[in-house]
Design a protein around this ligand. Structure first.
Ligand code: 5AD
Ligand code: SF4
Length: 441
C-alpha cells in the first residue's frame, strides 16, 4: 500500500479540459493521490494546458516559470498535460528542463505508469501518442462531479473539420465517439450520486457516432436514451457545428423533454468571404435559416455563439457583415476573440494579417454592441416566471442562492441553502448584464 500523496492540478481552457482534469484525478486517486488546493503541499503538480489561442499558451508558460523554484526546492514532480503538451512534446523539456512528465491529450490513462518510470529511472518521460487510449471501448472512468449537481460527460473527442484557424484537429486528433451504453452508464452513475444536470461534451457533437461523411442521427438517439435516465432532470450539450446541425437534432428541442432550451452555435464570422477562408463550409444565409428553424420549434431557445475578429484578410466590410449578423440574430450572449496564429494551421500561413490594434478596436465595437443586446434580452424577462436548478450559494452574497434557467442564465435569489440541488420556480424581478435577480415563489 502506497502512502497517501497529494496532487495539485491547474486547468486552463475549455470544458473538455475540465473533464479531463477530473479523469486525471480519478486515475491518480487509484494511486492514492488526493487533491490539494495548495501547490506547496503537493507531491505532484499537474498543469492541464490549452493551446487554442496564443494567450492561454503564454499564461501556461508563465505559470511554469513560477513553479520552477518550487520544483527545484522540493521533491515535487512537475507534469504538463493537455493540448500544449500534445503540440510541443519534447520541446517543453528544452524550454523547461525541470519538467518531469509531458503527457498528451490521449495519455491520461498512462499517467501512473509514467510517474513510476520517472521515479524509478530519475529521467523525464514524454508520451504524446494520440492513438493509445481510445482503442479500448469504454475507456473512460466515471468523471468526478464538476459541482455537486451538474457534471460534464465527454461523448466524442477530436475533430475532422480543420477550420483554417484552429489547432484542435492537431492536438486532439480525429473524431472518435464513445459507445452509447458507456455514456448512458456514466450518466446513470452520476445521477445515482445526486447529479441533476449533465452537459454532453464534444468538439462537434452532431457527428457523434458517425464513421463516414453522412450524419446518421446517432446523437439525437443518444439524447433520447439519456432522457430516460432516472434522476437526471436536465441535459445540455456543446458544441454543435452549424454545417452539421441536422433537422433531427433541431426536432430534439421539441421532443426530448429534459433537453434545455439553449444552443451554442459558433458562427465565427458574419462574412461569407471570411467564412469560406475559414473553411467553415456554411454561408451566413444557411446559418440564419437554421436559427429560424430552431426558433420556430422552440421560441424561447437561448442562442450563444463564438466570434473571431481580425481573421487574416478581414476587411472593414467583412467586419461590418459580422456586426450586421449580430444585430439581426440577437444572441443571448457570445464569446469573442481576436484572431491568433496557431502552429500548423492554414490561416497562420495566410498573408494580410490584421494589426493588433485594429483587432482590439473591432473586438471592443463588437462587445459593446452585444452588451446592449444582452441587457435588452435580459430585461425582457423581468416579470416572467422561470424554473431554475439551484446550484449553490451566490458568489457575491452569502444569504443569496444561485441557480440557472434552462436557457443557462444565472439567477440570484434570497432563499434557504437546503434548496441546493432542487428545481424551484422564481419570478424574475431585475436584470443585469450577466445575471438576473429572482424572487422565490
Ligand atoms: N484565434 C482566435 N480564436 C480562436 N478560436 C479557435 N481558434 C482560434 C484562433 N486561432 C475560437 C473559436 C472557437 C473557440 C473555442 O475559440 O471562436 O469556437
Ligand atoms: Fe476547431 Fe473547427 Fe473543429 Fe471547432 S469545428 S474544433 S473550430 S476545427
Amino acid at each position: 500500500m502506497v502512502a497517501n500523496r497529494f496532487v495539485y492540478v491547474k486547468t486552463f481552457g475549455c470544458q473538455m479540459n475540465e473533464y479531463d482534469t477530473e479523469r486525471m484525478l480519478n486515475v491518480l486517486a487509484e494511486q492514492n493521490y488526493s487533491k490539494t488546493e495548495d501547490p506547496e503541499e503537493a507531491d505532484l503538480i499537474v498543469i492541464n494546458t490549452c493551446s487554442v489561442r496564443e494567450k492561454s499558451e503564454q499564461k501556461f508558460f508563465s505559470l511554469l516559470g513560477r513553479l520552477q523554484n518550487l520544483r527545484k526546492k522540493g521533491r515535487v514532480l512537475l507534469a504538463v498535460g493537455g493540448c500544449v503538451a500534445q503540440q510541443e512534446g519534447e520541446k517543453i523539456l528544452d524550454r523547461a528542463p525541470y519538467v518531469d512528465l509531458v503527457f498528451g491529450t490521449s495519455a491520461i490513462d498512462r499517467l501512473p505508469g509514467m510517474i513510476d518510470r520517472v521515479i524509478a529511472r530519475g529521467k523525464a518521460q514524454v508520451d504524446i501518442d494520440l492513438t493509445g487510449e481510445e482503442t479500448e471501448p469504454g475507456y473512460h472512468p466515471l468523471a468526478a462531479r464538476s459541482s455537486s449537481y451538474t457534471a460534464f460527460v465527454t461523448v466524442m473527442r477530436g475533430c475532422n473539420n480543420f477550420c483554417s484557424y484552429c489547432v484542435v484537429p492537431y492536438v486532439r486528433g480525429r473524431e472518435r465517439s464513445r459507445p452509447q451504453e458507456t455514456v448512458v452508464r456514466e450518466v446513470q452513475a452520476l445521477a445515482d450520486r445526486g447529479v441533476k444536470e449533465v452537459t454532453l461534451l464534444g468538439q462537434n457533437v452532431n457527428s457523434y457516432g458517425c464513421t463516414g461523411e453522412e450524419s446518421n442521427g446517432l446523437f439525437p438517439q443518444l439524447l433520447r436514451a439519456i432522457d430516460r435516465v432516472e434522476g437526471i432532470q436536465r441535459i445540455r450539450f456543446t458544441t454543435s457545428h452549424p454545417k452539421d446541425l441536422s433537422g433531427s437534432l433541431i426536432s430534439c428541442f421539441r421532443e426530448v423533454e429534459k433537453l434545455c432550451p439553449h444552443i451554442h452555435l459558433p458562427l465565427q464570422s458574419g462574412s461569407n468571404r471570411t467564412l469560406a477562408r475559414m473553411n467553415r463550409r456554411y454561408t451566413i444565409e444557411e446559418y440564419q435559416d437554421k436559427v429560424e428553424r430552431l426558433r420556430a420549434i422552440c421560441p424561447d431557445i437561448a442562442l450563444t455563439t463564438d466570434l473571431i475578429v481580425g481573421f487574416p484578410g478581414e476587411t472593414e466590410e467583412d467586419f461590418q457583415d459580422t456586426l450586421d449578423a449580430v444585430r439581426r440574430i440577437e444572441y443571448d450572449e457570445f464569446f469573442s476573440f481576436k484572431y491568433s496564429d496557431r502552429p500548423n494551421t492554414r490561416a497562420s500561413g495566410m498573408d494580410q494579417k490584421v494589426e493588433e490594434e485594429e483587432k482590439s478596436r473591432r473586438l471592443t465595437v463588437l462587445q459593446n454592441m452585444q452588451k446592449a443586446i444582452t441587457l435588452r434580452r435580459n430585461r425582457a424577462l423581468v416579470g416572467k416566471v422561470s424554473e431554475i436548478l439551484v446550484e449553490g450559494g451566490s458568489k457575491r452574497n452569502c444569504v443569496q442562492q444561485m441557480g440557472r434557467t434552462g436557457t443557462n442564465k444565472i439567477v440570484n435569489f434570497e432563499g434557504p441553502s437546503h434548496l441546493h440541488g432542487e428545481m424551484v420556480m422564481v419570478e424574475i424581478v431585475a436584470a443585469h448584464p450577466h445575471s438576473l435577480q429572482g424572487r422565490l415563489l
